[in-house]
Design a protein around this ligand. Structure first.
Ligand code: SF4
Ligand code: SF4
Length: 468
């Protein structure tokens, strides 16, 4: 028999890997996929609707809105412009976007630390679209039991037709989602005209198919797998939690030992009657009675289901609650207020910076080939390149003045960039000096000062020679 020698390094690596595997946060998926979710009505579902419907309305309606004849929100990637209402942002304003992302991150930390995964459970597109797909599924295919029968191949012919209809409904919703997303980057009027004429570009077609397919797969099939296996936010959320963070919890002291419901209430067990409803309504397919889990998105569906059961069995509600482990006065939570203050500061800086953006961006660049030029009539010229960018949504009629002398007169359409050669002339005995050019828009009366420098090394040389 051949003995395989033990390799100490490999052995140590295997042991470490096994130990790490053993220490993973457990994920207890209850149903074998597909998990057929039962919709539960109640307070938390109403809250989800109150948050989700306005967000959906904003998402679907915004591309239809216009502002002064243009789409109200439009990301023009070709022109590198972003139209948001009356604001026109340019690619060079991406710094503002970084500020916005930093502010949003702190706002998310604030909300997560105070109320757990509120974003995930109530406003994350993955959750909102998943619940819409589940709603369509339940309306078309019927109850959870009927859907599970169909999964086991026991459905009637009519139920099979209903399943096909469900796929059509999911497909239409996915298509509407894709068309809306594309409309943020391609004007809707142009989009419709292309569709009617059957002249959709291959790029638009590619994005239409890709976004529709991803929406269909994410909300129809992957569902909880996206939250538990793909979403990075669920992985680092624990660093934002402390024991005063509100999360969905099962009161095991009150609920255990669980047991079947006794209508006479004579059993001495806990309040949980092990009906399993909290599991059936869970969109991430977990049992909250197993404790706090990484897959829980704090949607509160299990609270709605359990409260109903408690009321029906004559017990007090709140066996599953949305509570922190420890209640502290908000004033004692300095880290929470720190996040809030940082988020507000970032948003304030962005707002002030955006409001102060000038409608015209202008810069002067000195001619690098010659410091100055001397004309036969003894005039000394400094040559510059003036770069202009009309950042506004209206045309500009610009005049550039050097003192009272007009150096340039030009017209820039909305968003246009231009470069002009500019000669600043002085007599040969004029010393080097700072200048202030003035740019004026004849249409709006907007004025901007532009600092420049006139350089004449000849005067300095002469004066130095005289001193010597
Ligand atoms: S819904 Fe409530 S009573 Fe029913 S199993 Fe869940 S925790 Fe127990
Ligand atoms: S355990 Fe409850 S709160 Fe958490 S995801 Fe499931 S239903 Fe939502």
């Amino acid at each position: 028999m051949v003995m395989i020698p033990r390799i100490p390094l490999l052995s140590a690596l295997f042991t470490a890997a096994r130990r790490r595997h053993d220490n993973r946060i457990p994920l207890h998926m209850i149903d074998e996929p597909p998990h057929r979710v039962r919709l539960a009505s109640g307070l938390f579902r109403n809250w989800r609707r109150a948050v989700g419907w306005p967000l959906l309305a904003v998402f679907f309606i915004t591309p239809w809105l216009s502002w002064q004849g243009k789409p109200a929100v439009f990301f023009d990637l070709n022109a590198q412009q972003f139209h948001i209402g009356g604001w026109l942002l340019w690619s060079e304003d991406l710094l503002l976007l970084s500020g916005l992302l930093i502010g949003s991150a702190f706002a998310l930390f604030f909300v997560a630390m105070y109320a757990g995964r509120l974003w995930c459970g109530f406003s994350c597109p993955q959750t909102v679209w998943t619940f819409m797909f589940i709603w369509l599924e339940e309306k078309i295919e019927g109850s959870r039991q009927m859907r599970r029968k169909l999964d086991q191949g026991k459905g009637t012919r009519q139920q099979k037709v209903r399943r096909a209809l469900k796929f059509v409904a999911w497909g239409l919703l996915s298509l509407a989602t894709a068309i809306t997303i594309i409309a943020y980057f391609y004007p809707l009027a142009q989009w419709w005209s292309d569709v009617i004429q059957g002249d959709i570009s291959s790029v638009a077609m590619f994005w239409l198919i890709l976004i529709s397919t991803l929406t269909f797969l994410n909300a129809g099939w992957l569902r909880e797998s996206v939250c538990t296996h793909m979403c990075p936010y669920s992985r680092f959320q624990s660093v934002m939690f402390d024991n005063q963070t509100r999360t969905v919890r099962y009161d095991s002291a009150r609920g255990e030992p669980r047991g079947k419901h006794n209508p006479d209430n004579t059993n001495s067990g806990g309040d949980c009657i092990d009906c399993g409803l909290c599991v059936q309504v869970c969109p991430t397919n977990i049992d909250i009675r197993d404790g706090l889990q990484i897959a829980c998105i704090d949607c509160g569906a299990c609270i709605d289901a359990c409260d109903k059961v408690m009321l029906q069995t004559g017990r007090a509600t709140g066996l599953i609650t949305y509570q922190p482990e420890q209640q502290l006065s908000p004033l004692q939570r300095w880290r929470l207020w720190g996040y809030g203050a940082l988020a507000l500061s970032a948003f304030a800086v962005i707002l002030v910076t955006t409001l102060q953006q000038p409608p015209l961006s202008a810069s002067l660049e000195r001619d690098r080939l010659a410091l100055y030029q001397l004309t036969p009539d003894d005039t000394l010229i400094n040559r510059y390149t003036l770069k202009l960018h009309n950042r506004s949504q209206d045309a500009m009629q610009l005049t550039v003045y050097d003192q009272q002398q007009i150096l340039l007169h030009t017209t820039l359409s909305a968003g246009q960039r231009a470069a002009h050669s500019l000669d600043i002339e002085r007599t040969t005995d004029t010393p080097s000096q700072a200048l202030e050019l003035r740019i004026e828009d004849q249409r709006s009366g907007y004025q901007q000062e532009l600092p420049a420098r006139f350089t004449n090394p000849r005067v300095r040389t002469t004066s130095l020679a005289a001193n010597n």
